[in-house]
Write a protein that binds this ligand. Structure first.
Ligand code: BGC
Length: 761
């Protein structure tokens, strides 16, 4: 009898256990995701809930110090107990499958993990760094590159990228400008949408798509003096009108997650900024996704000095709306106590858990936790020919021709060329920083790209080494270079060819996180080398590879042809060769202003007029410098082509616009050359009188158009009330009637202008 009852209880136990693990309401795909979340939440203990908010890094990629408490065995036990909701930095279909299986099969509820990774501009195949890619102004190409990156990433078991970074920045000293789309909120918003669409596709449940993450919310691009992690001082209007629009656009485009930022804003750490997270993002904007902290950013509030310890930091962060703790060991060790003591209400935890679970449901992980762990797909997808072609296409579209005096470019095939410079044969620099799972040294170098098009050996000399490097993501090795022994050989090459291609710039790790620079010219001996070469051969084409705008006044004045190629990715050398030879007619335009000197930082086209606007030639007391021109070296939106474009007949459909009208602005653009080419036609506006000071120009539209030789195209833009609206003096969003100027041109400086009046209905 006893035996029988033991048998009955044991059977009941297993039946019950089975009920928990299987056939529960949350597993029923026929019901709504919200219903399934509620059903699952109802089954969870407080420990399991807090576990879903805990993210650990598994693997070698560390981007900063953590608060790792306890041993790896504690972390392992937490994985088995359902006390880890997500991991980052674990790569590979098999590796992720193994860990997923461990968690799904051992934890009580079998809730799958999400796997995150910084896929910033590609997984194995690298596309241009985002700042470079933004210079293409080609939203389709940008979306295609993100989708290709998602295909590779998702095949390697990773289902969540920490991209796009949508931080607006005006300071090229900040190394992370390479990760963003430049200085303009309008263009930044369009690019944010395109990248979210590319990563996430039309349905996150598809195996080829991954969850995206808009970061860093907010203000990180405005770190004081461009020094990474520094404090941020901005007024409300800058926050609302300049910094937030790309985040709002990402949220409206359905981005699955947000990441907060390391910095404070006027004393409030972004990680505990309830105005940003609760009032705006989760309140006004209706964002239903997950907010992950930045790497240990909850813990870093102790260093900021706004929390005494991790417990206080956890309380502040969760209450303010940070849902998941990346590698901080703060929430997992403190939240339960905070709930038990009544300091944090359980419903706050529930809301955060809901968000973490929602992403998992949307990714289809409850139907198939191994959806993204397919070794066969991994083999086919990683490094596929299709992705390589996409990389070359977007790379050449991202190149910006800065100067081309005497039509030195495209290269005349009958002229003998030589290639000189420390980056000419570099197969690593073009991969850029934040290169995910790229193989070091795997890019096509410029020398290789040019050599495949030539049937003779191209003369080459390195000239000098770069002053910083060799370098890795985790290490900074600064080696001052005084070695000029390679100069002579380089000068010899220059003397014996008709055109010299000089390949100079920054290594991959001179920009990116933790890579702020106080001088932003060509580092080391490069400028000295360039001058020596120029002394013996005036036909120099300067090819720049870099992760930020550079201050290159001497180069811009003397060198006849300058090509900005950024860190262009795996296909860099081929794409650059396409442009230098004229196989592809350059069409990129700068998305960040190039300064004349570092002292001009921050510099940006959409600045305010000031009470004493620059009036060159006037007396002393106006906005300017005494030692450098007020204007930038190359303005926002600037970039040349092998074609030349002429703008005429700017017309506005009406001189008055009522608030529910739409105005049509049209312009004729003529390709006045014998070469077909593309031009980015740009529309700017200026609100002449408003309740707060307004920028002298703001981008409100652009179109990239192809024109045959001598073709004229009429380009039209619509202006609606939203294009004229902004956050006003009382911080509400809306318009103010009055005079507006309209500008159209091929960059933010050289424009035609007209005006109209916005009138009340
Ligand atoms: C960076 C984030 C990144 C995270 C994870 C942090 O240091 O600020 O942008 O996503 O590390 O690698």
């Amino acid at each position: 009898m006893k035996k029988f009852s033991v048998w009955i209880s044991a059977s009941l136990f297993f039946i019950l256990l089975g009920c928990v693990k299987h056939n529960t309401a949350f597993e029923n795909k026929e019901t709504s995701i919200e219903y399934r979340i509620d059903s699952l939440l109802a089954l969870m203990t407080i420990d399991e809930k807090i576990g879903q908010l805990n993210q650990y890094s598994v693997g070698p990629n560390m981007t900063g110090p953590g608060n790792k408490t306890g041993t790896d065995s504690i972390r392992y036990a937490r994985l088995l107990n359902g006390q880890v909701g997500s991991v980052l930095n674990l790569l590979g279909a098999e590796e992720t499958h193994k860990l997923q299986k461990l968690v799904v099969e051992n934890s009580r509820l079998g809730i799958p993990l999400t796997f995150g990774f910084d896929v910033i501009h590609g997984y194995r195949i690298m596309y241009p760094i985002p700042l470079g890619e933004s210079s293409s102004w080609d939203l389709d190409a940008i979306e295609r590159a993100a989708a290709a990156a998602a295909r590779e990433t998702s095949a390697a078991g990773v289902n969540w990228t920490f991209a796009p970074m949508v931080d607006i920045s005006r300071d090229a000293r900040w190394g992370r400008v390479m990760e963003g789309a430049g200085e303009d909120p309008f263009l930044g918003s369009r690019i944010a949408e395109a990248r979210v669409k590319g990563f996430q596709g039309s349905n996150l449940e598809y195996a080829e798509t991954i969850a995206a993450c808009a970061k860093h919310f907010a203000g990180y691009g405005f770190v004081e003096s461009g020094k990474d992690y520094n404090n941020v001082y901005i007024g409300k209007s800058t926050l609302l009108n300049t910094i937030l629009p790309p985040f709002k656009a990402a949220s409206d485009a359905g981005v699955a997650t947000f990441m907060n930022a390391f910095n404070d804003i006027d004393g409030v750490p972004s990680t505990a900024n309830s105005y940003l997270l609760r009032d705006l993002l989760k309140g006004e904007w209706g964002f239903k996704g997950l907010v992950v902290s930045d790497w240990n950013s909850i813990g870093e509030m102790v260093n900021h000095g706004t929390a005494e310890d991790l417990k206080e930091a956890s309380e502040q962060a969760i209450k303010a709306g940070t849902d998941m703790d990346m590698e901080g060991d703060a929430l997992i060790n403190n939240l339960k106590q905070l709930v038990e003591s009544g300091a944090v209400e359980e419903k706050v935890i529930d809301d955060a858990v809901r968000r973490a679970l929602r992403v998992k449901f949307e990714l289809g992980l409850f139907e198939n936790p191994y959806l993204y762990c397919d070794p066969d797909r991994e083999k086919q997808e990683i490094g596929s020919q299709k992705n390589i072609e996409i990389a070359r296409d977007v790379a050449r579209k991202s190149i910006v021709l800065l100067k081309n005096d005497g039509k030195l470019l495209p290269l005349n095939p009958n002229k003998k060329i030589g290639i000189i410079g420390p980056l000419a044969k570099d197969k690593d620099a073009p991969l850029g920083n934040w290169r995910a799972a790229a193989v070091a040294g795997s890019a096509v170098s410029l020398y290789e790209g040019m050599s495949t098009l030539s049937n003779t050996t191209i003369p080459y000399a390195q000239g000098c080494k770069l002053s910083i490097g060799p370098n890795t993501f985790f290490q900074e090795v600064v080696v001052e270079q005084n070695d000029r022994s390679g100069f002579e050989e380089a000068i010899e090459v220059a003397k014996n060819v008709e055109v010299v291609i000089m390949v100079l710039g920054e290594t991959a790790y001179m920009s990116g996180e933790g890579r702020s620079r106080s001088e932003i010219g060509l580092p080391g001996l490069q400028l000295e080398l360039l001058k020596k070469i120029f002394d013996v051969n005036k036909n120099v084409v300067l090819v720049l590879m870099n992760g930020r705008p550079l201050a290159i006044p001497w180069e811009a004045e003397h060198i006849p042809a300058i090509v900005e190629t950024w860190h262009l990715g795996s296909e860099a050398g081929n794409a650059i060769a396409d442009v230098l030879t004229g196989e592809y007619n350059p069409s990129g335009k700068l998305t960040m202003t190039f300064p004349r000197s570092v002292g001009q930082m921050p510099i940006y086209y959409n600045h305010k007029n000031t009470g004493r606007p620059p009036s060159p030639g006037a007396q002393v007391f106006y906005t300017h410098y005494i030692d450098v021109d007020y204007n930038p070296l190359f303005p926002f939106g600037y970039g040349l082509s092998y074609s030349s474009f002429d703008y005429k007949n700017l017309q506005i459909s009406n001189e008055n616009m009522s608030t529910n009208d739409t105005l049509i602005v049209s312009i004729d653009v003529e390709n006045k050359s014998e070469t077909g080419g593309e031009e980015v036609v740009q529309l700017y506006i200026r609100d002449m009188v408003a309740s707060i000071t307004r920028p002298v120009k703001e981008l409100r539209g652009f179109e990239k158009v192809y024109m045959e030789p001598n073709e004229v195209k009429t380009v039209q833009f619509k202006i609606a009330i939203d294009d004229l609206s902004f956050y006003r003096a009382n911080n509400t969003y809306g318009y103010e009637p009055g005079k507006f100027k309209v500008f159209v041109g091929g960059n933010s400086r050289d424009v035609l202008e007209d005006e109209f009046m916005l009138v009340e209905d």
